[in-house]
Design a protein around this ligand. Structure first.
Ligand code: PHE
Length: 455
């Protein structure tokens, strides 16, 4: 008997498990580190309004498309297109998805390794008594090293692999059901502490006051690109997860819940960070350093800073972990189903391969920083290739597949769970995936290429 008999396929056991896993994938470093910073840089409130429009009009329909494809095909991202169409072209989505998973998980592992180091430093109260310069040097010295970041990266990948080996019920669902509520509790605690800081109101204003004069065409493109990254769209993570959905999972409601939760957490992260940044006169647009260099400064100055710092880096680590398992699952499902090998072997093989490419990313900050294409090191190249090219292109193809290629009755069957739920917005949905999503996404894609060409 084949090792991967589809009728014996693993799957989620509850609605809450599905929401925990899917929001676990969506909520990650993108929400807690990237969103506050790019929102701040692009005019705060005005940017957030544009981003919300993209989440609703493009993010949710593309997410629904991935769910429809995954649950209908009940296979990994490559197998899904093999099964749904005889035309070989669409398998390209699967190939791009697996490639994007490799690239994203590689640099995700690098940032996760920094998170582990900072969690330990927080525990040891190592930020205490250090000046801003000393904290910056501390980050540079650590991240440019060759041993420690690599060891933490291996540890993080091993933890990710451990959960993925367990499968869906006994791995991904089991752990995300514990980790996601934990994340919510931590972030709410951080928000309460941050909002009550004296001088924090300025942070509120910065984040929510819509100043449209700061919006440029680039901010609009950034907002769309980030909507993709933050919702884990365009590379088959959600196709793979949906292949384990139950018959009665409501695809429309699940998409709205996941997108809603992801957005709320991004806003809560901004609320935890900016009031503190303003209360202590730090630089709001400090970019990648914001979390690792600026925040430790603030922890030192604020009441309860010791606990706050531990909880913050724990939050970051948990968010990174529940996203990284979803990325690894894309490759593991692909390898185990297409090559017909056991989940355990597929996971070990995948984890080792991605750890190797990931170490290249980590070392590209320090020892391998001389290897560059244009001004970009390996870490940047992986990020640009995945986020600016593969995700938008994948998302565009997925929406075109649903809008133009998939039979309409399959779409309505999946959205209505074979007639058991009343359909409300099918016409709007078809319009969005047929026209609006492909056109808008192609803008991001062209922008991504343009960025590379002019640099
Ligand atoms: N959505 C995750 C985040 O915001 C990143 C991610 C991208 C995860 C693509 C899976 C796929 O951090």
């Amino acid at each position: 008997m084949a090792k991967n008999d589809l009728s014996k396929r693993d799957g989620f056991t509850s609605k809450f498990g599905i929401i925990a896993a899917a929001t676990g994938s969506a909520i990650g470093l993108g929400n807690i580190w990237k969103f506050p910073y790019i929102a701040g840089e692009n005019g705060g409130g005005a940017f957030i309004i544009i981003y919300l429009v993209f989440i609703i009009l493009i993010g949710v329909p593309v997410m629904m498309s991935e769910f429809i494809i995954g649950r209908k095909a009940k296979q990994n991202v490559f197998g899904a297109f093999k099964q749904l169409t005889s035309h070989g072209f669409w398998k390209i989505i699967g190939i791009m998805g697996v490639l994007a998973a490799f690239l994203i998980l590689s640099f995700y592992g690098t940032v996760a390794s920094w998170t582990i180091e900072y969690l330990i430093l927080a525990f040891k109260n190592s930020f205490s008594g250090k000046s801003a310069d000393e904290l910056a040097t501390m980050f540079d010295t650590f991240s440019q090293g060759a041993i420690k970041p690599v060891i933490w990266q291996i540890l993080f990948m091993a933890l990710t692999a451990y959960i993925v080996i367990g499968g869906i019920k006994k791995g991904i669902e089991k752990y995300t059901k514990i980790l996601m509520p934990m994340l919510l509790v931590i972030i709410i605690y951080l928000d309460i502490t941050a909002i009550t800081l004296k001088g924090g109101v300025e942070g509120f204003r910065f984040l929510f006051y819509p100043n449209f004069s700061l919006i440029t065409s680039e901010s609009i493109i950034d907002a769309l690109g980030h909507a993709f990254f933050t919702l884990s769209l365009g590379m088959g993570v959600l196709i793979t997860y949906a292949s384990y959905f139950q018959k009665d999972t409501n695809i429309t409601n699940t998409s709205i819940s996941v997108a809603g939760a992801d957005t709320i957490i991004a806003l809560l992260a901004g609320l935890a960070i900016f009031p503190a940044v303003f209360a202590f006169n730090a630089e709001p647009a400090a970019g990648p350093g914001l979390v690792f260099m600026t925040l430790p400064n603030i922890f030192e100055l604020m009441p309860g800073g010791y606990i706050f710092s531990i909880l913050f880096f724990l939050l970051l680590a948990v968010a990174a972990l529940t996203s990284s398992i979803s990325i690894m699952e894309v490759v593991v499902a692909f390898v185990s189903e297409e090559k017909n090998i056991s989940r355990k072997k597929a996971t070990i093989f995948t984890a080792i391969a991605i750890t190797i490419t990931g170490i290249l990313c980590t070392l590209s900050i320090g020892p391998l920083s001389h290897i560059k294409i244009a001004e970009y090191n390996i870490f940047d190249i992986f990020d640009i290739l995945a986020s600016n090219i593969l995700l938008p292109l994948g998302g565009m193809l997925i929406s075109i597949f649903i809008g133009w290629k998939m039979k309409k009755h399959i779409i309505t069957d999946e959205l209505s769970n074979y007639g058991t739920i009343q359909l409300k917005f099918v016409k709007l949905f078809i319009f969005l995936v047929r026209y609006l999503a492909p056109i808008a996404i192609s803008f991001v894609f062209v922008h991504g290429l343009w960025d590379i060409l002019i640099n």
